[in-house]
Design a protein around this ligand. Structure first.
Ligand SMILES: [Zn+2]
Length: 139
């Protein structure tokens, strides 16, 4: 992977190029051709450096964007859920993992799957399940 410093180096090269341009603007006609040529050569070098490093940064940026899309897609498929009778259920729970029911409020609020617990029979006045995180009781 490309070094993230490519952007910094590219920007530094642009600054150098701008400094040289300012010097060239300030050159009076008494300055010898050789000095102007030297400054122009330095200018071209600085701009070339900037181009190379910013191109590397562009490639790296593209790679990172692709990686983000890939991870977002993985995350999406991992948390694929369906809503049934007031609770969410995991469509493709991993082996050994609970498939629900999960608290609808917590999933809506923070996109987290919080497994609700079944209340003891004597405590079901307001519902059969209670979310351990937000305390919602629901049937
Ligand atoms: Zn909850």
């Amino acid at each position: 992977m490309v070094d993230i410093n490519a952007i910094s180096i590219g920007l530094q090269s642009i600054k150098t190029a701008l400094d040289i341009t300012k010097e060239l603007r300030g050159v009076d006609s008494l300055l010898k051709d050789a000095e102007v040529k030297l400054k122009l050569a330095n200018l071209v070098e600085a701009l070339s450096d900037a181009k190379i490093h910013l191109s590397e940064a562009k490639v790296e940026n593209q790679e990172l964007k692709e990686r983000i899309l890939e991870l977002e897609s993985k995350l999406q498929s991992k948390q694929e859920v369906e809503f049934r009778e007031g609770f969410y259920y995991a469509k493709n729970a991993e082996t050994g993992a609970a498939s629900g029911p999960f608290c609808a409020l917590c999933y809506s609020d923070s996109n987290k799957l919080i497994l609700v617990s079944e209340l003891p029979v004597g405590m079901r006045d307001f519902g059969n399940f209670r979310c351990p995180k937000c305390g919602t009781v629901k049937s």
